[in-house]
Design a protein around this ligand. Structure first.
Ligand SMILES: Nc1ncnc2c1ncn2[C@@H]1O[C@H](COP(=O)(O)OP(=O)(O)OP(=O)(O)O)[C@@H](O)[C@H]1O
Ligand SMILES: [Mg+2]
Length: 553
């Protein structure tokens, strides 16, 4: 490997005058733009530079250029023939150059000394060094984009560096998140990865990388699916049905338990328990002991958090639970009590919700079961990327959040069972803030949207990783954010969002973050444990971009 010189006298920009732990200050005598000489000025904010510390060369980035206060006026044109100005610059020290292997390595092998010379990084050379530090020798590579300052050099990551860990894509609206997801999917496809894309708005419907499309309602080009409510938990249904007051919650809980018993017994009445023709459990005036014995003998099914029972019996069963706890003798339940009246609103609500089209994604049976679709997807090696559209999932009753959370929980369950060990799966989630770290429901019944957070925390060891895109990183819980190891940060204008990203990611310090508000659409700073330093890149345009157009005004 022939070593090109990092130290090119023609690219000299100045000399180090102050050194601190991570910042150096240097004279930048040629940084002033003079009339007719603007193109010759050298040393602008954002430029990458090499600092020559004799045997060690360091990579830095100019983050500030200024004139000493007493020279401010020397650049005013009206002042006659002014003295020569002496600009100074602040340089963030980023990484060291491993000259033998021609790559960048993390950390500073030495600190600059005062008097060390600073050279502008030649774009191709910088690009090569950055690219070499990432790609393994002959592995397939993920080509995400061009290094902004790298003279047309592509930034390539070995697949496991991008997909073997969770990835965050952040950016204000219009920053380029959806396009980046589409570009990543192109790369997943090209590298034979397996991915499930959750598409909140339907904008990814035309992506060529997606092999199969599914939707929870009639949608053009997508196959209809439903997610069986039997895979939801009691808490999910509580958050949907919102039992209120003192009596509705306990009655709903008991009704679910009775119906689970009925299902566990496969409709065959245990001795002393009465099942009605309408597939409910009779409670009024019945003996209590046989019922509790039956519960005990089916305790595994009863204690399972999943709602494996006949949902259409639920309203009636709630009413059936409204009986005096003891009747004429303490061995029996009594007749109906006044909680029947208290539960009327709940019963009506359940009846409406289980039949409304808004919740047909859970309680309906149209189309295939998503569980079956996913099982087939995991088993079929030829299927690589599937898209699950949430475009037609309603916002009412927190359906979207609950549904996505339930699917996430199902995936996590599969991951824990070891389904993805042989063939890892990536889940890509746009607008992730909608489904992370929030609680939906009310004071009586609520469910925490935590399944994707748990996937971020423990999915990796089971072969389940995630790509989460959001414009509100501040809404992502800190413990989840800190699990996102590779970050692609587009333009972010809100201070709190920038701060949230900075706090969660040790590699993106304040100085590097200063460039985030000024990034162009599609441009991003990529940060990760394998990258020697935060790198600005221009993400490739996807083969076919997502259709993120709003209404045509
Ligand atoms: N890699 C890119 N190359 C060129 N242009 C891009 C790139 N990425 C994004 N853009 C431009 O930015 C626009 C917005 O991109 P995109 O829809 O991905 O933003 P977003 O961050 O997903 O926004 P929102 O939060 O509104 O969904 C695109 O329409 C496109 O014009
Ligand atoms: Mg978007």
């Amino acid at each position: 490997m022939t070593m090109r010189s990092l130290v090119d006298p023609d690219r000299y920009v100045g000399t180090v005058t102050v050194v601190s732990a991570s910042i150096a200050q240097a004279n930048l005598p040629q940084a002033t733009a003079r009339p007719e000489r603007r193109s010759l000025a050298r040393g602008a904010v954002g430029d990458f530079v090499f600092i020559d510390c004799e045997s060690v060369k360091l990579l830095g980035r100019i983050i500030e250029v200024k004139l000493p206060d007493n020279e401010r006026l020397s650049v005013e044109p009206a002042m006659g023939s002014p003295p020569e100005p002496h600009p100074v610059g602040r340089i963030q020290l980023l990484a060291s150059v491993d000259q033998k292997n021609q790559k960048l390595v993390r950390g500073l092998r030495a600190h600059p000394r005062i008097g060390d010379a600073v050279y502008l990084a030649q774009p191709e050379l910088f690009g090569d060094l950055a690219a070499n530090s990432l790609s393994g020798s002959d592995q397939l590579s993920i080509d995400l984009g061009l290094l902004s300052a790298g003279g047309g050099i592509h930034l390539k990551l070995p697949p496991e560096k991008l997909f073997g860990r969770h990835c965050g894509v952040f950016g204000a609206t219009g920053g380029g998140k959806s396009w980046t997801i589409a570009a990543i999917l192109d790369q997943i496809k090209a590298n034979g990865g397996k991915c499930i894309l959750f598409d909140p708005t339907g904008e990814f419907a035309n992506l060529p990388s997606v092999t199969k499309h599914y939707a929870f309602n009639e949608e053009e080009g997508a196959e209809r699916v439903h997610f069986p409510y039997t895979q939801t938990t009691e808490e999910d249904l509580f958050a949907l049905f919102r039992p209120s007051g003192q009596s509705q919650g306990p009655k709903l809980r008991e009704a679910m338990r009775s119906l689970k018993l009925l299902r566990a017994c496969q409709g065959i009445e245990p001795e002393g328990v009465v099942f009605t023709a309408r597939k409910t459990v009779e409670k009024a005036n019945q003996p209590r002991a046989p019922f509790y014995n039956a519960l005990d003998s089916h305790r595994d099914a009863i204690n399972s958090p999943l709602c494996d029972f006949r949902i259409t019996s639920l309203p009636e069963q709630v009413t059936a639970e409204c009986v005096w706890s003891t009747g004429n003798n303490t061995d029996n339940w009594g007749g109906p009590d006044n909680s029947v009246a208290h539960c009327e609103t709940l019963v009506a609500r359940i009846k409406t919700l289980i039949t409304t089209h808004q919740l047909s994604c859970l309680f309906g049976t149209a189309g295939q079961s998503l569980v079956q679709v996913l099982t087939d997807f995991f088993a079929n090696d030829a299927d690589d990327i599937i898209r699950i559209s949430f475009r037609s999932v309603h916002f009412e009753h927190n359906t979207r959040e609950i549904l996505l959370n339930v699917i996430g929980r199902y995936l996590l369950g599969e991951a824990r069972k070891g389904s993805f060990r042989a063939r890892p799966v990536i889940v890509a989630l746009d607008e992730a803030h909608q489904s992370l770290g929030r609680t939906v429901g009310d004071e009586y019944a609520s469910v925490r949207l935590e399944s994707f957070g748990i996937i971020a925390k423990e999915g990796r060891k089971y072969g389940l990783t995630s790509i989460m895109a959001t414009q509100r990183p501040r809404d992502i819980p800190h413990d989840v954010l800190s699990q996102l190891r590779t970050l692609i940060v587009h333009r972010l204008t809100n201070d709190e969002d920038r701060l949230a990203v900075e706090r969660s990611c040790g590699d993106l310090d304040k100085n590097a973050a200063m460039f985030i508000p000024t990034l162009a659409p599609g441009e991003a700073i990529i940060v990760g444990p394998d990258l020697p330093a935060p790198m600005p890149i221009q993400i490739h345009e996807p083969l076919i971009p997502p259709d993120s157009k709003g209404p045509d005004y």
